[in-house]
Ligand binder design. Structure first.
Ligand code: ATP
Ligand code: MG
Length: 222
């Protein structure tokens, strides 16, 4: 659907397991945006056992937040790299997760839209149990809602799917607690900047059509 949009920078937020990865994948497909996920960046460092990856592995496994002092410069550098390709339409998933991250991002690359996925915690806890990912690409599957074509294999590459270390119940509980404590001020921050757009529901298949309609309209106005 048309050329890649220019000068659009969207952040997507929502509790862990709210479908950010799934919704992002559909947005990127339908609107030809570039995509960056802080969680994918971190998981790839961990998987490749880089120095940074080794350092953050226990933090991520426990469901805690990686210190902003380490992560923010890395994400901002990645955004600059994406921008330097000349394709300036992109979507950032998983960042910001704190007001200091939001403030820093506002100074370097201010988003013109902040999408919030509002999904009940009860739904999330059930959903995460049956979630599998393809680690190199970040593609997400759910055995109940969105299963792979072949059991245990990524649809695109045929490579093995894995469960995330931090998807075990204790870590999920920790992640939801942290999310609740940090998110309100960030939502307030973007509300004040008049870029916040909230989408509520319990299923990505129901939420995404709303997001899509909104974005069709939003991108026309850019
Ligand atoms: P989802 O289930 O939708 O992927 P999530 O928010 O739990 O949700 P990721 O965004 O993939 O998962 O992040 C996984 C982990 O990576 C977090 O629990 C945290 O440890 C770390 N992380 C990701 N983004 C940030 C960030 N902006 N600041 C600090 N830590 C982060
Ligand atoms: Mg994610």
């Amino acid at each position: 659907s048309g050329p890649r949009p220019k000068n659009v920078f969207i952040v997507i937020m929502g509790p862990p397991g709210s479908g950010k990865g799934t919704i992002s994948e559909r947005i990127v497909r339908d609107f030809k945006l570039l995509y960056l996920s802080s969680g994918d960046v971190l998981r790839n460092h961990i998987s490749n056992q880089t120095e940074f990856g080794v350092q953050i592995k226990p933090i991520v496994a426990a469901g805690k937040l990686v210190p902003s002092s380490l992560l923010t410069p890395m994400i901002e550098a990645d955004i600059s790299k994406l921008k330097s390709t000349g394709d300036t339409g992109f979507l950032l998933d998983g960042f910001p997760r704190s007001v200091d991250q939001a403030e820093s991002l506002q100074r370097t690359h201010p988003p013109n839209l902040a999408i919030q996925l509002d999904v009940p915690f009860e739904t999330i806890i059930n959903r995460i149990k049956s979630r599998y990912i393809h680690l190199p690409s970040g593609r997400v599957y759910n055995l109940d809602y969105n299963p792979p074509k072949v059991t245990g294999k990524d649809d695109v590459t045929g490579e093995a799917l894995t469960q995330r270390e931090d998807d075990k119940p204790e870590s999920v509980k920790k992640r939801l607690e942290i999310y609740q404590s940090v998110m309100d001020p960030i939502l307030e921050y973007y509300k004040n900047k008049q870029v916040l757009q909230v989408f509520s529901g319990t299923e990505s298949n129901v939420i995404y059509p709303q997001v899509k309609r909104f974005l069709e309209d939003f991108l026309k106005k850019q």
